[in-house]
Write a protein that binds this ligand. Structure first.
Ligand code: AKG
Length: 307
């Protein structure tokens, strides 16, 4: 992925007269799919993906007001589906059972953030600046995961921690009200008692749902469905936030919670992740995430508790 400032895009416009009219959006369309205008007109993201804005200003405002947005046709689902299928086939131990989620559904998950999962990692890279724009904060990533869900998920929110956070989820099946599409209660991220009626988010493979971690959500009527997910939290800006964020990483890296995944093949924040030159690579180390991850892997491999 390559970042281009507006100034650079204008320079390219000069170098390619007739191809570019100075408007980044129009240029995106002209260069036939090699550029996607991202979240504002100061920055463009070169992705080799589709030529439409991923998140425009209106979507950012909607996300903040309603607690979610649905981005249609955001990425090519084929390679991600293949990567998730491989991980679910080869990244679960032979003794893995179906886990019971907090919302009541059954699930099996594999963490997708290593050298075996380039598609998941590149989506994470692409979505990090979008998350920062949606939250209006610098962000640090959680774990990218591929999950196979079965059954209904009761209403719940993913976080009660008073630090901004959000997730992107993508389902690899066509989902609607009858077969387990995600349901949300608009505005419940700001007020859990908000009286908004639930909304069903029908999705096709390639669509992305972005939702605030404090938003109430559920699903009904689903059979087997595959989900890719990445969480982003605010990069802590003070001691209180830092202690909450550290606590959140400790919660997700609790080695006593065995999901049946092969942590040697598909580690969390593992050796490959730490070699990547990303804005958050060092920051996660400073927040103690790699120490937690090492203890998590050691605990999982020895079958003992992390604490
Ligand atoms: O797909 C589902 O059933 C619900 C997923 C969910 O609750 C989540 O990703 O937080």
């Amino acid at each position: 992925m390559l970042w281009l400032s507006r100034r650079l895009s204008e320079g390219i416009a000069e170098a390619l007269p007739g191809k570019v009219d100075g408007d980044p959006g129009a240029w995106c369309a002209t260069v036939a799919g090699s550029i996607r205008a991202a979240f504002d007109d100061e920055v463009l993201v070169v992705t080799g993906a589709t030529a439409s804005p991923l998140v425009d200003r209106a979507s950012v405002e909607r996300f903040r007001a309603e607690g979610f947005i649905l981005v249609r046709n955001a990425f090519d689902p084929g390679p991600l589906a293949h990567e998730i299928d491989t991980a679910l086939r080869e990244g679960l131990r032979a003794d893995a059972t179906v886990n019971l989620g907090g919302g009541g559904s059954g699930f099996q998950s594999v963490v997708l953030m290593c050298e075996l999962t380039p598609v998941s990692l590149s989506l994470l890279d692409e979505l990090a600046p979008v998350a920062a724009r949606l939250l209006d904060r610098g962000v640090v990533p959680g774990r990218a995961k591929g999950t196979r869900y079965t059954g209904d998920t009761d209403w719940h929110r993913d976080s009660d921690v008073p630090v901004p956070g959000m997730s992107f989820v993508a389902y690899l099946e066509s989902l609607n009200a009858a077969n387990g599409a995600l349901r949300v209660r608009p505005q419940s991220h700001a007020d859990v008692h908000a009286a908004c009626d639930p909304l069903v988010l029908d999705t096709e493979p390639g669509d992305l749902i972005a939702f605030d971690d404090h938003l109430m959500h559920s699903s009904v009527g689903g059979t087997v469905r595959r989900q890719w997910r990445i969480d982003f939290g605010a990069d802590p800006a003070n001691e209180v936030e830092e202690s909450l964020v550290r606590g959140d990483y400790a919660r997700i890296l609790d080695g006593s919670w065995d999901l049946g995944d092969d942590v040697e093949r598909y580690p969390s924040f593992g050796p490959f992740w730490r070699t990547l030159d990303r804005p958050w690579t060092t920051r996660l180390g400073d927040l103690g995430v790699y120490e937690l991850a090492d203890r998590y892997h050691a605990a999982r491999l020895s079958g003992t508790e992390a604490r």
